[in-house]
Design a protein around this ligand. Structure first.
Ligand SMILES: Nc1ncnc2c1ncn2[C@@H]1O[C@H](COP(=O)(O)OP(=O)(O)OP(=O)(O)O)[C@@H](O)[C@H]1O
Ligand SMILES: [Mg+2]
Length: 458
């Protein structure tokens, strides 16, 4: 798409030379010799860039700027002023001009300013769009539930998001929506414009996890060739989501506790305290009280995390939500697969209602995804519903059972086998292999390294 420029400038020679230069750069150029003509053109067209002279025969450039900004917040406006009038240039920037050039100006300098202005505006637009997408994706309406227990959860999440609560503890079985809840909290808080960083404590060795979280100084350990910022620093002003916090190694638990109490930490190998403002959302699907009794989890950390606990109820405890979620997922996947599937037959509902849903919403989502894909009519029938499979890695390649245990006994050899198998089946595509194994790409890469499995795209 061509960039459209409007030049509002009363000196025809300047207009002419600007037009030559801009057209040479591939821009589409309109011009006006006075404010009225300029404003008229502006009201009939969209411009990416406006070059605006301060001294015009009918109005001042500042008046024009004000009027343009009233109906167009996006275009890049560059003021052209006389040297003796720099205070007006400052005022112009306050009113929303991107920059100014003083007459007589250097053409190359002006072109540079224009380019920077267009790039900045484009970036700003992209950020705004992405943020809008995220806000839509993680709006409260994306978490479904009409059961009383879920209504209470929504209320709590809303309060937490809006509050200054610096720590939140999400509890609930696997697949109950902890990850979703964490993102919803972040994207509906005043931290939404800063980063959301997440890390799964199970995936990494103690050393790696520590340096991921707190960062490290150059030379802190053999591989530390340069200083690295940790997630806590990168997320300053935003949110850090510590998933599976129940699996955090004890030494790190102590360091996390210190951070939660003092809001300051040291990089690995560092001597200076670094203070940051982050909200920590921790989550676990483990029986953390049992972990405390068995000495795997620090009681003091538990109390510190548990200031604001949010319990996500298991799906089987809220039968009415099964229907609602089913309908939600059917619509979602029907759209995604472009299939005319509108719902679920009564017999199919019975089948869904009588099942135990150990994998909670995640399992239901996967069952419905598959059913929608396989369904041959408008309604999903019992035969479309395959229960008790662990195939939510997605895809229809017969991948049942390919799932990595993320905690518990040492299953290194099983893990290694699964990793190799997943890489083989996906032609060494790490993203797909991770998806297949239901682990994050980082978790996969860590394992590939651990088992010495070659990783061509790393
Ligand atoms: N109430 C809900 N409404 C709509 N979708 C949901 C809801 N709860 C969970 N989901 C969806 O179910 C899937 C699993 O949820 P999520 O990843 O948040 O679970 P989790 O509690 O983090 O599980 P785990 O303990 O295994 O990490 C996701 O696709 C999520 O978007
Ligand atoms: Mg999760």
């Amino acid at each position: 798409m061509k960039i459209r420029v409007l030049i509002i400038e009363d000196e025809s020679l300047i207009r002419w030379s600007l037009r030559q230069k801009l057209e040479e750069q591939g821009y589409t150029v309109d011009e006006a010799g006075d404010a009225a003509t300029g404003l008229d053109k502006h009201s009939h067209s969209n411009y990416d860039l406006i070059l605006l002279d301060y001294k015009l025969p009918d109005l001042t450039g500042l008046d024009v700027l004000r009027k343009v900004r009233e109906r167009d917040a996006d275009s890049v406006i560059i003021m052209i002023t006389a040297f003796s009038r720099l205070e007006q240039a400052v005022e112009a920037i306050r009113l929303g001009a991107y920059d100014y050039v003083a007459k007589p100006f250097n053409m190359d300098e002006l072109m540079f300013t224009i380019q920077k202005g267009l790039e900045t505006t484009e970036l700003r637009r992209q950020v705004r769009e992405l943020r809008g997408n995220l806000q839509r994706e993680y709006g409260f309406d994306k978490m479904i539930g009409s059961d009383k227990s879920m209504q209470n959860v929504f209320e709590l999440l809303r309060d937490v998001a809006q509050s200054g609560a610096s720590t939140v503890f999400l509890r609930g079985d696997s697949g109950t929506g902890k990850d979703l809840a964490a993102r919803i909290i972040h994207h509906n808080s005043d931290r939404a414009h800063r980063r959301f960083m997440n890390i799964t404590c199970t995936a990494l060795s103690e050393t790696l996890l520590e340096s991921e979280l707190f960062g490290h100084e150059r030379g802190a350990f053999t591989d530390a060739r340069q200083q690295k910022k940790g997630l806590l620093e990168l997320a300053d002003g935003g949110t850090v989501f510590l998933d599976e916090v129940g699996d955090m190694p004890p030494a790190l638990q102590a360091k996390l506790l210190r951070f939660l109490e003092e809001r300051a930490f040291r990089r690995v190998g560092g001597t200076d305290d670094i203070s940051v403002d982050v909200r920590v959302i921790a989550a676990t699907n483990r029986d953390i009280e049992k972990a405390i009794r068995e000495g795997h989890f620090r009681e003091d950390l538990y109390y510190r995390l548990n200031v604001v606990p949010v319990y996500l109820p298991a799906l089987r405890e809220r039968g009415s939500d099964i229907r609602l979620l089913t309908q939600h997922f059917v619509s979602h996947f029907a759209r995604e697969f472009r299939k005319n599937v509108t719902g679920v037959s009564d017999a199919a509902y019975d089948k869904l209602m009588n099942y135990a849903w150990e994998g909670n919403v995640r399992e239901l989502r996967n069952v419905i995804e598959r059913a929608t894909l396989l369904c041959k009519s408008e309604q999903i029938e019992p035969k479309d519903i395959a229960l008790g499979r662990l195939d939510d890695a997605g895809g229809d390649e017969g991948l049942e059972g390919m799932r990595l245990p993320t905690a518990g006994i040492d299953l290194a050899r099983v893990e290694e086998h699964l990793c190799r198998e997943a890489m083989k089946r996906t032609n060494n595509n790490q993203t797909q292999a991770a998806k297949l194994l239901r682990i994050s790409r980082d978790q996969l890469r860590y394992r590939l390294e651990k088992f010495g499995i070659s990783a061509p795209e790393a």
